[in-house]
Design a protein around this ligand. Sequence first.
Ligand code: GN1
Ligand code: MG
Length: 368
Amino acid sequence: MPPGTDFNDIISKFKINGKTNSVRPFGSGHINDSFKVVTDTGRNYLLQRINHFVFKDVHGLMDNIANVIRHLKDKLTNIPGSDPEKEVLSLVENNNNGYYIEDDNGNYWRVFHFLSNTKSYDQVVTETQAFEGGKAFGRFQALLSDMDPDLVVDTIPNFHNIEHRLSNLDKAIATDTAKRVSLVRDEIEFINRRRESMSRILSLGRAGILPKRIIHNDTKFNNVLLDESDHAQCVIDLDTVMPGYVAYDFGDAVRTIINTTPEDEPDLEKIKLNMPLFTAYVKGYLSETADFLTDPEVNSLIDGVFLLPFMQGVRFLTDYLDGDKYFKIHSTEHNLQRTRAQFCLVNKLEEAEDMLKQIMSDIWARYK
Ligand code: GN1
Ligand code: MG
């Protein structure tokens, strides 16, 4: 946190009820800084410093989020039994009716209502949780399927474009800013062997076979809040909601759900696939999306399962070579450790390709 941050001053610029009792770091995100603000009224808040090195167009970002929230709440208002206040994030206005402020140090801040009695898990434990995660992200895509794409700008252009990510990696290798290229020859070799196979989704999209839809783009399992009985309640982290292919969200969710270890597991021996959790996720996801997904989209989902951990590894490696400028790290070699864990996961997934496809086609067959 920048030294000298005056939290009381920042908080006073938003329409917050009550007196602040405490402000404490919250969550495990790699990009923004999040704080839980506890007040004396029992209403709590999530204060976030937006990383504007990553999100260069803060205004566009906050417009997107406000538009997405509005769309989701409008849709839920018309669905009996839904509770838009609990199932969708709510922004707190600043004193000028905007949704963010810039402080004297050039930092950008925003505030959400804190959703009480909810939990998020970095690691999935039960099939119920995986099923609920699938439902939540599937429903999220379904609810946004009729949103006007003009209301959403690209907050990070080419975010899940693997060609763009590989070209950034190539630049990082050529520049070798942190003098680390010689340490990662095996990882570069691993990537080079897969450059072509990993561009399938992009090619199918360009050929008009896969439609672009508004998707979440950061479907780590910890971006679903579950209620006290582990039912999905609310999808959070709306920073990267923008057009993309549904397989990106599917693959990114499976990346965190099927893996028996955290995404940065240092002991590669421990990285295994949990097939029952994958099966449960597919069931939950298709239960909400089967109505609108096309056959080519369903066929592309398993490609997303290979692509997303691969792309994540490429991104971690690029940042390692650039000298760790993008992702927050907790040790010097953290980005390399993350890269290796992701590539180990890709290997395991490739070995299990037939099984993954079989599970998917068995479940999809029930909807045809
Ligand atoms: C970042 O900050 P967080 O944890 O929500 C990243 C995602 C990565 C993820 C890897 C804007 O998300 O794309 O998948 O780390 N967000 C951005 O854990 O780059
Ligand atoms: Mg995120």
